[in-house]
Every structure is written in C-alpha cells, then in structure tokens.
Design a protein around this ligand. Sequence first.
Ligand SMILES: Cc1cc2nc3c(=O)[nH]c(=O)nc-3n(C[C@H](O)[C@H](O)[C@H](O)COP(=O)(O)OP(=O)(O)OC[C@H]3O[C@@H](n4cnc5c(N)ncnc54)[C@H](O)[C@@H]3O)c2cc1C
Length: 382
Amino acid sequence: MRAPAHPEIRESVRALCAKYPGEYWRKLDRDRAYPKEFVDELTSAGMLAVLIPEEYGGSGLGLSAAAAILEEIHASGANGGACHAQMYTMGTILRHGSAEQKQRFLPGIASGELRLQAFGVTEPSAGTDTTAIRTTAERRGDRYVVNGQKVWTSRAEHSDLMLLLARTTPKDKVAKKTEGLSVFVVDMRKAKGLTIKPLRAMMNHATTEVFFDDLEVPAENRIGEEGRGFRYILDGMNAERILISAECIGDMRWFVEKASAYARTRVVFGRPIGQNQGIQFPIARAYADGQAAALMVREALDLYEAGEPCGPQANMAKMLAADASWKAAEACLQTHGGFGFAEEYDVERKFREARLYQVAPISTNLILAYLAEHVLDLPRSY
Ligand SMILES: Cc1cc2nc3c(=O)[nH]c(=O)nc-3n(C[C@H](O)[C@H](O)[C@H](O)COP(=O)(O)OP(=O)(O)OC[C@H]3O[C@@H](n4cnc5c(N)ncnc54)[C@H](O)[C@@H]3O)c2cc1C
C-alpha cells in the first residue's frame, strides 16, 4: 500500500482525538448528548474548513484532506457524524451559489460562527425516491413559503442553517420528475413556523424530524435557479459518499486493531484466543477486505481531485468500505465474546454506529442498482 495521504494532518487529528477517549463518547452515547467540546476543538483547529477556498477563510485543500481527517477521527474510536456535514454541505453554495451568497455564508461557515450542518432531503413518505418529496416552497413576492416535513434531519438542533430541498413546481406540471425541485438555505435562528423534534435512534446521532408550517424563506436564499435543485443536490453526492467511505475505513481500522489487541491478550484454555484460526481468520479477512476497500476510496479521491467523473468509484468505495467496516465490526464483537456487549469496551457502541452505513446516506441496494444501470447498462430496476 502507498503511504496514507496528508500524514501531518492525520497526526494532528490523532493528537486532538486522544483528548477525547472512550469514556467521553460512552457518556454522550448514554445521554444521547452532542459532542460540543470535540466539535468546537475541531472547528478552532480549522479542521472543518479544509474544503472552503482560502479567499473565504478556509484552507482550500482537496477532498483527500477532509477524508484523512474523518478517517482518523473514526480510527481513533470517535465519530465524525456530529460534524462531518459542516465540511461538505457548503459545497452546494460553493458550486451553485451566487457571488453574494458565497460572501454572505462561506466566511462564517469557515470560522465556525455559522454552522451549516443540517441537510433536509429525506421525507417519511418519499424515502429514497427523492423526487417524490412533498415539502413545497411556494413563491410569494420576495419570499417562499415552505410547508411539509422532513425526517432524519441530523444535527438540526446544532446548526444555524439548513440546506433544504423542496418542490417549487408540482410534479404533474414538470416534464421530468427531477425538475421543479429547488434548494434553499434556511436560517433556523430566525425561523418562525419551524419545529424540530429529536428522533432517538440506535446510535447517538443528534437526528431529528423537522416540520415546516408556513415557514418564510427570503428568495435571496434560494441557491441557483428555481427548479434545478435536484441536480445541485446530486452534484454533492460523490463527495459525500467518498467522505463517508473514509469514515468506514477508519472504523474498520479501529475494529481490526481492537480485535487483534484483545485476541493477543485474552487467554482461554491456556492460550491466547488469537492463536485459534477461528478467531484470527475473520480478523485477517476483515483487514484484507478493508485494505481493498481503501484502495477504491483512494481511486475515487484521485479521480475526484483530478476533476474526472467518479460516480461509479464513489459508489463502489462507499459500498465496499461500509461492508468492510461491518465485517470488521462483526469480527471484533465475536472476538470479544461476552465482553463485546459490555459498554466499557466501546465495541458495542462502535458496532451500532458502523451498522448505519449499510443504510445511510445511501443504502447498499441503491448503489448496486446504480452500478447495474449506469455501469453495466442493465435495465433500470426502479
Ligand atoms: C441516523 C440517520 C441519519 C440520517 N441523516 C440524514 C440527514 O441528515 N439528512 C437527510 O436528508 N437524510 C438523512 N438520513 C436518511 C437516509 O439518507 C435514508 O434513511 C436512506 O437514504 C434510506 O431511505 P429510507 O430510510 O427512507 O429507506 P427506504 O427508501 O424506505 O428504503 C427501505 C429499504 O428498501 C430498500 N429499497 C428501496 N427501494 C429499493 C429498490 N428500488 N430496489 C432495492 N431496494 C430498495 C432500501 O435499500 C432500504 O434497505 C439519515 C438516516 C439515518 C438512519
């Protein structure tokens, strides 16, 4: 394997994460609380602004720097879910916003003064079929009036702004169902007609349901052209999938290291359990799968940073890395036997956290359907 990219950044992330050991995450998990101190420290270290160009106060680095940060956070036993969206949600403004919008939002996001880490796309009735969303934004003079509901809007309680996808033209009045959707930056600090309800989930993810009841959004907060929002959201998907795959690689490393360390020292029947092939093979296989997945993540990052199309690689990286982290999670839990279920080992917490990536931000079935249709030229299945 080539040496990992951005060794200095990785070293600083490891040093920062070392201040937030298992006990810190365990307590938050128990209380379903937000890792404010951890996120604040990442913010002041500039870690969440690496993708923002220097002219707006960020460090203007490529996606591989963000991937290195998230991988190391996860490899340390921590979780980037609390803050990863602050890194990349702004990409929609950067790519499709006006010069005025970039000036208005990006410097504040770079400094952390403005938190843009809520992303309102998923709805209860639409699910993965995004064009079926029912939240509407109706233009009235210089504003839009939003009505509807989102679900799984993570970090909404810890964000100032939300990137919102809503329908501006009814589905039966557009030629293609992907048209007529628009993207808005909603300032949740001043919002009337916005209700956020925490959604207690399997893991500590600060996720919520959000209800819009005649919420007014100034027209100047619409990003890009009206009706082209679906395309703008799709444009950010490759970056998100690659970054999530880097988190999965981090998880895989944590599980493999944790499992190996335990297997070396736990003695049963007078010898370390790691001497048994039944214990060492699943760990070795998870490691091999993880290394192969890491190569695909690297390939997707190289293409992305070169400005080349990378849809298939970004999707394959996400799927293979999520599968590798899940296999490693399973091997780690099994290696720990009963102690794998005890909170104090952190294995059960990471196990619950790693399961998410089979489903979100895109489920494995939908990745396979994408590859079948767009790479293998098979008939569309949905
Ligand atoms: C903890 C958490 C945090 C999240 N954070 C956010 C967020 O911040 N913002 C946001 O917008 N969303 C968020 N999501 C939503 C997430 O993106 C969706 O859960 C995910 O895209 C799947 O959608 P769904 O849950 O509606 O499943 P559904 O679309 O109902 O699918 C259910 C199952 O059916 C399968 N399926 C559906 N259609 C097909 C098909 N045609 N072929 C084969 N299989 C199919 C899926 O693969 C899945 O396994 C989050 C979800 C979770 C759990």
